[in-house]
Each structure stands twice: as C-alpha cells, then as structure tokens.
Design a protein around this ligand. Structure first.
Ligand SMILES: NC(=O)c1ccc[n+]([C@@H]2O[C@H](COP(=O)([O-])OP(=O)(O)OC[C@H]3O[C@@H](n4cnc5c(N)ncnc54)[C@H](O)[C@@H]3O)[C@@H](O)[C@H]2O)c1
Length: 266
C-alpha cells in the first residue's frame, strides 16, 4: 500500500467518454486508490467522472468526484477547497486533463486564434492552475508529489498538430520549474507517453477498423505494440510514491523505445 494515508487529486480522470473504457486519468485514479490513496476525481464529464469515483468505492476505496473545468479558475479553487474540507489534505496532484480531438489537428496557418487559446487554456493553463492553487495545500499537508501527464509529442512533433506539442513541451518546462521552486517539499515529474490505447481512440471506426489502425501504429514501435493505460498508471504510481524519492524534475518518456531510434520500421 504505497499511497496509504495519502490524498491524491487526478484531473481528466473520467472513465473515457465514447466507449466507457479507461482513460489514462481513470487508470491512474484506480491505481493510486488500489494502493490506499483517497482519490479526488476531477473532470468536466459528470457521469463518467462519477463512474470512476463509484468504481473506486465499489473496490473498497475512498473517492470523491468534483466536476471541474480546468480552464475555470473559480472551479479549480473550489475543487482544491473541497478536497481540503473533505479529506483535510492533499499529497499528490496528477494533472492529466487535456483536449486533443481532431478539430485541433491543424497547422499554425489553419488553426484559429480562438482554438489555439482555448487549447492552451485547458492543456497548459489547466496544469498551471491546479499547481498554483493545489501546491499551498500540499505544503500545508507536509509536502508531496506532482505528476504531469505530458507526451512524447513534447520532443517529436506530430504533423499538422501545432498547438498540442507546444502545450506538452511547455508542460515539461513547467514540471522542471515546479521541481526546483518547491523542493524539498514537493517533487514534480512528468510522464511523456507515446501512443496509448484508450477506449475512445475508436471514434467512429468499426472495431475491425480500429484493430487495423492500431496494428499499423504498433508496427512503428520497437515493442511491436502500443502502450496500455495500465503501463502509464504504473509509472504514475512510481512517481507519486516514495519509490521515486530521489527523482525530481524528470520528464520520463514511456514509448517502448520509439524515440531513441531514427527509423520507425521495426
Ligand atoms: N492516449 C494517448 O495516446 C496519449 C499519448 C500521450 C499523452 N496523452 C495525454 O494523456 C492525457 C489523458 O488523455 P487520454 O488519452 O486518456 O484522453 P481522454 O480524452 O480520454 O482524457 C482526457 C480527459 O480530460 C478531460 N478534460 C478535457 N478538457 C477538460 C477540462 N477543460 N476540464 C476538465 N477535464 C477536461 C476529458 O473529459 C477527458 O476525460 C492527456 O494529457 C493526453 O494529452 C495521451
């Protein structure tokens, strides 16, 4: 029980919104709860957010869902305050909420200024807001950890996806800033996954089309498969817990070795 007596808050932890399967955030929430943490589930999706909290409680854990839009400062402040009122502490903040749907798959000429600002406000400023308003409670609680879910796109950009890699690279810089400014009381690290299979990767495709699509992506990874949400959650638990007690300011790539090789045919 690596998170016994700890309170964790995970943003973007709704179950997964198209097919009810696990998102990365929900897998992290379940993992931390399975190790004893009381988990505050944060998301904009009410039913799916409650779904994660209910699932944790059904497994014997403790969880509270707080519907929060990470781009709304008042709602972020309220979520932190409710965490304090309900559990009296915060030891671990996992920033995961992000928006990266097809409508933002545009280069800088194509994307509207409005979309650019909206995505930055969720994907980057949402992480900033929870750090800004969550860290004082972490400090009052005796210190803790921050785990920011970034992406391998922070290092190697995706074609015509301009704003997303920019936010992820900035999250890595934010992580290093937090790691230095709040040491020794807070350790902050980031996880940079490659392609992770989530249920809502399926979109409008048929199950067969999805399998073919994912098989094609898997071929570009040395391990010949894509990452599972559990494999990201395992790293999140490591960074959230004392198992990583001397790791601070790192942005750990979890892509099965894809980014260290200059060919994508394996
Ligand atoms: N799936 C991948 O291949 C992959 C790879 C690398 C990094 N990531 C990162 O992992 C994280 C989780 O993504 P996922 O793949 O599980 O996708 P997802 O869409 O299932 O999860 C994102 C969650 O964030 C929530 N969210 C979006 N905007 C929000 C807002 N304004 N306020 C509160 N919640 C909001 C969504 O409702 C959703 O539940 C993201 O940061 C993403 O960039 C994903």
């Amino acid at each position: 029980m690596k998170m016994q007596n700890k309170v964790a808050l995970v943003t973007g932890a709704a179950l997964g919104y198209r097919h009810g399967g696990p998102s990365i955030g929900s897998a992290i929430a379940f993992k931390l709860a399975s190790e004893g943490a009381k988990v505050v589930v944060v998301d904009v999706l009410e039913e799916m957010g409650e779904g994660t909290a209910n699932g944790i409680r059904e497994n014997g854990g403790t969880s509270l869902f707080i519907r929060t839009d990470v781009s709304n400062t008042d709602e972020v402040k309220r979520a932190v305050e409710m965490t304090r009122q309900e559990f009296g502490a915060l030891h671990c903040l996992v920033n995961c909420a992000a928006s990266y749907r097809g409508e933002i798959a545009k280069n800088v000429v194509e994307i509207s200024e409005e979309d650019w600002k909206r995505i930055v406000d969720v994907n980057l400023n949402g992480y900033f807001r929870f750090a800004k308003y969550g860290i004082p409670l972490i400090l009052q609680s005796g210190g803790g950890t921050i785990v920011n879910i970034s992406s391998s796109a922070a290092f190697r950009v995706l074609k015509d996806f301009s704003v997303y890699p920019v936010t992820k690279a900035a999250i890595n810089a934010l992580t290093r800033t937090l790691a230095i400014d709040f040491a020794p009381h807070v350790r902050a690290n980031a996880i940079c996954p490659g392609f992770v299979r989530i249920a809502n990767s399926e979109g409008d495709r048929s199950p067969q089309e999805v399998e073919q699509w994912i098989e094609g992506i898997a071929k570009t990874y040395p391990l010949k498969r894509v990452c599972s949400v559990e494999e990201v959650a395992n790293v999140a638990l490591f960074l959230a817990s004392d198992d990583s007690s001397y790791i601070n300011g790192e942005c750990i790539i979890v892509d099965g070795g894809r980014s260290v090789c200059d060919t994508h045919e394996f």
